[in-house]
Design a protein around this ligand. Structure first.
Ligand code: GUN
Length: 300
C-alpha cells in the first residue's frame, strides 16, 4: 500500500471536539444551548440506529437533542404540523427529518417545509440554490465532511481536476458544487457516462458515491490521486465464515491504495464525518440564528 490513509474516524473526533468547544462558549458567554431535533417516521431498523447515534453524539458535545418518533401511518398533515412547531421553537436550531420516509408521505414537500435556516441536512430547495450559486447556505453533511478532509489534505483545491462518480441530490450534486466553489475543474460521472474509466483516470480528486461495491479499482485511478470513498455497502464475506458479512466502499481498496496518493478507508473514512458535520451544521445554525460569529473551519 503506497497511499496515505485519510483517517475519517480521527478527523470526525476532532470536528466533534471543536463543536464541543463552541457549544461551551455559547453557554458560558450567552447562555445559549444549541438544539437539534430529529424526526423519525416509522420503524426502519437502519434509520433507528442512525437516529440513536445522532442523539447520543448530540448530547456528548453538550447540545440539546429532541427526538420525535412517529408511527409509520402518521399523516402528512400531522408531520407538517410537527415541523411547523419545530420551525417556531426558539430552542431548536436544527431540524432533521430522517429519510427515507414512508411511501404515503411526499418527501420533497416535507423537506421544503423545514425552515431553511434550520435545515441542517441542507436538502431544502433554498439551500440547494444558495450552494449552487456560491452563497452562504446550510451544506449537506456527507459532502461537507468530504470537503473538510480534502481541504485538510491538500490545503488549496484550486485548479485540481475532480471527478465525482454519482449524481444523487444528497452527495453527488452538492459535492460537485462544493468542489466547483473551491475552484476545482469538476466532472460528474454516472451510470450513462461514456469512457468513465478513462475520465476518472484524469482526476486529481476522485469522489466515489454510486453505491456499487468495489466498482472503482486501480485501473481507474491516476497515480498519486486523492480518492474519497463515500460508499457503504454490506456484502457477503465467506472468508470470515458462513453467513458472515462485511462493509466495503465503492472503491476496491486493496488495488486502489497501491496507486492513489491518499485514500479514505471503509469503514472509518467518510462515514463518521457525516454525523460530525451534522453537529457542526447545528452549531453554525445556532450562531446564525443569534447573530453571532460562526465557528471557523466547520462549514464550507
Ligand atoms: N438517511 C440516510 N442518510 C441521511 C441523511 O444524511 N439525512 C437524512 N435526513 N436522512 C438520511
Amino acid at each position: 500500500m503506497a497511499a496515505q490513509l485519510i483517517d475519517g474516524k480521527a478527523f470526525a473526533a476532532s470536528v466533534r471536539k471543536q463543536v464541543a468547544v463552541h457549544v461551551r462558549r455559547l453557554k458560558v458567554h450567552y447562555n445559549i444551548v444549541p438544539g437539534l431535533a430529529v424526526v423519525l417516521v416509522g420503524e426502519d431498523p437502519a434509520s433507528e440506529v442512525y437516529v440513536r447515534n445522532k442523539g447520543k453524539q448530540t448530547i456528548e458535545v453538550g447540545m440539546n437533542s429532541f427526538e420525535h418518533k412517529l408511527p409509520a401511518d402518521t399523516s402528512e398533515a400531522d408531520l407538517l404540523k410537527l415541523i411547523d412547531d419545530l420551525n417556531k421553537d426558539p430552542a431548536v436550531h436544527g431540524i432533521l427529518c430522517q429519510l427515507p420516509l414512508p411511501d404515503h408521505l411526499n418527501e420533497d414537500l416535507i423537506i421544503n417545509s423545514i425552515a431553511p435556516d434550520k435545515d441542517v441536512d441542507g436538502f431544502h430547495i433554498s439551500n440547494v440554490g444558495l450552494l449552487g450559486t456560491g452563497q452562504k447556505s446550510m451544506v449537506p453533511c456527507t459532502p461537507l465532511g468530504c470537503l473538510m478532509m480534502l481541504r485538510d489534505h491538500h490545503g488549496s483545491l484550486s485548479g485540481l481536476n475532480a471527478v465525482v462518480v454519482g449524481r444523487s441530490n444528497i452527495v453527488g450534486k452538492p459535492m460537485a458544487n462544493l468542489l466547483l466553489n473551491d475552484s476545482c475543474t469538476v466532472i460528474i460521472a454516472h451510470s450513462r457516462t461514456k469512457n468513465i474509466e478513462a475520465l476518472c483516470k484524469q482526476a486529481d480528486i476522485l469522489v466515489a458515491a454510486v453505491g456499487r461495491p468495489e466498482m472503482i479499482n486501480a485501473d481507474w485511478i491516476k497515480s498519486g490521486a486523492t480518492v474519497i470513498d463515500v460508499g457503504i455497502n454490506r456484502i457477503p464475506a465467506p472468508e470470515k465464515g458462513e453467513g458472515k458479512m462485511k462493509l466495503v466502499g465503492d472503491v476496491d481498496f486493496a488495488s486502489a491504495s497501491d496507486v492513489a496518493g491518499a485514500i479514505t478507508p471503509v469503514p472509518g473514512g467518510v462515514g463518521p464525518m457525516t454525523i460530525a458535520c451534522l453537529l457542526a451544521n447545528t452549531v453554525t445554525a445556532c450562531c446564525r440564528a443569534n447573530d453571532l460569529e460562526e465557528p471557523e473551519g466547520l462549514t464550507a
